[in-house]
Design a protein around this ligand. Structure first.
Ligand SMILES: [Zn+2]
Length: 288
């Protein structure tokens, strides 16, 4: 099976031709246009080019931001509010193309081929500029009304706390996104923070940050009793130090010790290619 996955991000559009779910045998990338119509055209052009070599390969699209059931995209990183991207793409292709939020696509990739494979109740949490992710319950991705995906980064962990880009105050992502770790370390890049922590420095900052991460994970464990929580996004690139830190801090909570001692905290399998692989998995999930 050969499937095209397109990953629309705030700075680049990445396309991959995915063979057997996992192997990317052709790649293309372009800068992300700011205008939705130009974005739709760029995606169409990239797919058309790929299909010259791989005719009729099904396409799936992963897109940054929130996507409603009608394909309207709201994404701060693109400066979009209710942009009708789904409709524009459908017009160009002459049929609807399956499209989902980037975190949900990463969830599909982990569920189909990654650390959440075979897991009946699992959660992917991605730590980057914000916090994204998705939940599998009863072997299926959890969906809200009208097919909406949930926004776990916007659960409230600090009543009356910091203002968040979503309009609420006190969201988890305003305290525990990887970008917040950078702020907590006085603007030091996350990579450098991690190497300092590895060298035994910045212990206070690191533990304060891990406690914010654990607050949200403790709530997720309480609500969903997951078998596995997979940690993805830019932060998890830093490897075992990060995963061990998150694991230990989370295991110290009553949510783990009393209620969910079975929950495993693992690194997500896919990093930079999660969007492409998830979009391709999304295309595979569609009926012909
Ligand atoms: Zn929020």
């Amino acid at each position: 099976m050969q499937t095209i996955g397109v990953d629309i991000g705030g700075t680049t559009i990445k396309l991959g031709l995915v063979k057997d779910g996992l192997n990317i045998i052709y790649r293309d990338r372009r800068f992300s246009p700011r205008e939705p119509q130009q974005m739709a055209q760029a995606v169409f052009d990239m797919v058309s080019t790929a299909r010259k070599r791989f005719p009729n390969a099904p396409v799936g699209i992963s897109c940054a931001g929130s996507i409603d059931g009608g394909g309207f995209v709201t994404a701060a990183q693109l400066g979009w509010f209710n942009a009708p991207l789904g409709e524009m793409i459908e017009t160009l292709f002459g049929k609807p193309i399956p499209m989902d939020n980037d975190a949900m696509c990463a969830l599909y990739a982990e569920a189909a081929y990654g650390v959440l494979k075979g897991c009946s109740t699992g959660i992917l949490v991605t730590f980057g500029t914000g916090i994204g992710g998705g939940i599998i319950t009863d072997n299926r991705p959890l969906r809200g009304h009208g097919g909406l995906h949930g926004e776990i980064g916007h659960m409230l962990t600090h009543a009356g706390g910091r203002a968040c880009s979503c309009g609420q105050v006190g969201c988890w992502e305003a305290y525990a996104a990887a970008s917040v770790l950078r702020q907590m370390a006085g603007g030091m890049p996350v990579k450098e923070v991690i190497s300092r922590v590895r060298a035994g420095e910045l212990a206070d900052v690191w533990h304060a940050y891990l406690n914010e991460v654990a607050l949200g994970l403790a709530s997720l464990m309480m609500i969903f009793a997951p078998e596995i929580i997979a940690i993805g996004g830019g932060l998890s690139n830093a490897g075992e130090l990060v995963i061990d830190g998150i694991r230990q801090t989370t295991q110290a909570t009553p949510s783990f010790q009393i209620f969910n001692p079975f929950t495993r905290i693992e690194s997500a399998r896919f990093q930079n290619d999660a969007g492409i692989l998830g979009a391709a998995a999304l295309a595979e999930m569609q009926p012909e």
